[in-house]
Design a protein. Structure first.
Length: 362
């Protein structure tokens, strides 16, 4: 800085000298004098600008003045849409998401609420439209990370354990929900505890829907339970019987004592199938003997066969339609079951063999 001030002083002195009247009359000297004055002014101006820039009084000529920083704009809070907005109506009074902020637990709650058709009303059966809406919520909940094997209830709030989603889906004959749950690796061997004592889910499936039972078998359900073949045979579940025989995990002539119809030693699967087939043939014989029987009476007779021989198959209970066509189809399925069992070496117990031929001939 001292050096710059010194230069500036010298320039001022030089300018003062050059500005004095010239004693020489030479035109050359006058020309040089004018040029020196001009140069001194330019140098003085440049030096002044640099001093001003140094002290901050004047911005540098080659730099634009910096504009003040802009204030950051305040962004409105981002509102995340609720993916379950259309599913809240299925929560009813038995399910709540207020107890947790965990997205997985929330999704699990919606999964169970959507499957549980009894949580809103015990008297009204859901329409197909409602079931479609529920199953959309089931799929959404699984996509959002719901646990397919959890009851979805806060254990600190509820002292009892509700059935697993797959159990409810099977009991409600909800084929689409069963497929979705199995797709998301729900445990096919979960027990159905709805009757107090845990029973294999396969039992429920056979009583509810042969299609669901087949899906469970394909998903790897345990087939070693002895009475599965007996139950399937007694419910005309011919596809299930075929798969169980192919698995070779259940002896085809294993005895089971499940009903009052079996003797002291028990029944084989073929006994069970033949007894049901006999009841169907007996019904047809009665109808043939009364060709003018009113349709409503025929439906009552058909339901009598179903209630006594297929008591846990709700999809077979008739309220309208053609009972003859229905019973003919049931007969074909039951005959197919007996054929499959006989081909695999199935036999009747001694006191049951030949009962069909004897009863139908008399």
């Amino acid at each position: 800085m001292q050096k710059m001030k010194c230069h500036f002083s010298l320039l001022l002195i030089l300018g003062f000298i050059l500005s004095a009247p010239a004693h020489a009359e030479s035109s050359m000297f006058d020309s040089i004098n004018q040029k020196l004055k001009k140069i001194s002014k330019e140098i003085a101006k440049e030096v002044k600008e640099k001093i001003d820039i140094y002290y901050g009084d004047t911005p540098a000529p080659d730099k634009k003045p910096e504009s003040p920083p802009k204030k950051a704009e305040v962004q409105p809070p981002v509102v995340t849409p609720d993916p379950f907005a259309q599913c809240r109506k299925f929560l009813g009074y038995m399910y709540s998401t207020d107890y947790t902020k965990d997205p997985k637990k929330i999704a699990t709650t919606y999964l169970n609420a959507s499957i549980d058709v009894s949580n809103l009303s015990y008297d009204v059966k859901p329409t197909q439209t409602e079931m479609d809406e529920r199953n959309k919520c089931v799929k959404l909940a699984l996509e959002e990370g719901a646990d397919p094997d959890s009851s979805g209830r806060d254990e600190s709030t509820y002292s009892f354990k509700s059935p697993a989603p797959l159990v409810r889906a099977v009991r409600n004959n909800n084929k689409e929900a069963v497929k979705l749950l199995l797709e998301y690796k729900a445990n096919p061997n979960v027990e159905d505890t709805s009757l107090g004592n845990g029973i294999p889910l396969m039992n429920t499936a056979i009583y509810t829907s042969q299609e669901i039972a087949v899906d469970l078998i394909n998903a790897g359900i345990d087939l070693t339970t002895p009475h599965l073949l007996w139950i399937a045979a007694g419910n005309a579940a011919d596809e299930v019987v075929d798969l169980l025989i192919q698995s070779k995990q259940i002896p085809v002539n294993q005895l089971n004592k499940f009903t009052d119809f079996s003797d002291e030693e028990g029944e084989t699967a073929l006994d069970s199938s033949e007894a049901r087939l006999f009841s169907i043939l007996k019904y047809k014989k009665k109808i043939a003997a009364n060709p003018k029987m009113p349709l409503q009476d025929k439906i009552i007779e058909a339901n009598g066969v179903l209630y006594y021989n297929y008591p846990l198959m709700p999809q077979l209970k008739m309220t309208s339609g053609d009972p003859d066509a229905f019973m003919n189809d049931l007969q074909k399925r039951q005959e197919h079951v007996s054929e499959l069992l006989k081909a695999a070496g199935g036999v009747c117990q001694e006191d049951n063999c030949g009962i069909l031929d004897f009863e139908m001939d008399h």
